[in-house]
Design a protein around this ligand. Structure first.
Ligand SMILES: Nc1nc(=O)c2nc(CNc3ccc(C(=O)N[C@@H](CCC(=O)O)C(=O)O)cc3)cnc2[nH]1
Length: 226
């Protein structure tokens, strides 16, 4: 299962395998030692309506800089992280074959993101689908209205979980716990240990389930024979 701890999902811009990328740009620089993104992807992550997804942050007026920096960090995390294996799922989408689901996010990262965006505006809860793409970049669909961030997302949890259709799971774990993934870090990537923890837990659950199943089969057979 070594590969689950050091792998790149099969998506639009991800490299095939993680490795060092000395030139990762600015907010993506923490992933330099080992990354799934290229230097070009890391630069594009900092641009409005970049070629990555032509995604327009300014769909309800200009997004504030303090809010946008969290979306840049999310893009770096999504594109560069080599330790998302435990949460990678196959999907049938035109633009990617794999996605992340329920990545346990540290509460500080979710809350600061929400705090810095709560005075901004948006027209959609799920930013993955339902946009009007006729102009080439996403615009609000005709049946939607720009509303205050807090009307669309009443809580930090609702924002973190809904904005990328459950890429993230809100947790109350803090950054020091080793039980949640960090969007923001400096120095060595703390998320490797977190992925290891969740992978071991999942394996333990699986072997427990298998043992239980075997025991029940044995019990059933004994009763039948008797
Ligand atoms: N954390 C995180 N998780 C993600 O999954 C993620 N995904 C993106 C990619 N964003 C997007 C957004 C919209 C479309 C898009 O084309 N939407 C179409 C539907 C396309 C389809 O599913 O076939 C639309 O209807 O708006 C593509 C990629 C960016 N950051 C992320 N960040």
């Amino acid at each position: 299962q070594q590969d689950k701890l050091n792998m790149c999902m099969s998506a639009t811009h991800h490299k095939e395998k993680p490795g060092p990328e000395g030139d990762l740009y600015y907010q993506c620089a923490p992933w330099r030692e080992n990354a799934c993104c290229t230097a070009n992807t890391s630069t594009a992550a900092h641009n409005d309506s970049s070629y990555l997804y032509n995604f327009n942050w300014n769909h309800c007026g200009v997004m504030s800089e303090k809010c946008k920096k969290h979306f840049i960090q999310d893009t770096c995390f999504y594109e560069c992280s080599p330790h998302l294996g435990p949460w990678v799922q196959k999907v049938d989408q035109s633009w990617r074959r794999e996605r992340i689901l329920d990545v346990p996010l540290c509460k500080e990262d979710c809350h600061t993101w929400f705090e810095d965006c709560k005075d901004d505006f948006t027209c959609k809860t799920d930013w993955h689908k339902g946009w009007d793409w006729t102009s080439g970049v996403n615009k609000c669909p005709a049946d939607s209205k720009c509303r205050k961030w807090t009307e669309v997302y009443p809580t930090a949890k609702s924002m973190c979980e809904q904005i990328w259709s459950k890429s993230y799971l809100y947790t109350t774990h803090s950054k020091t716990s080793g039980r949640c993934m960090q969007l923001w870090f400096t120095g060595e990537n703390p998320n490797k240990k977190v992925a290891e923890y969740y992978l071991n837990n999942a394996q333990q659950h699986q072997s427990f389930a298998l043992t239980t199943l075997l025991l029940m089969a044995c019990a059933f057979l004994s009763v039948m024979v008797y």
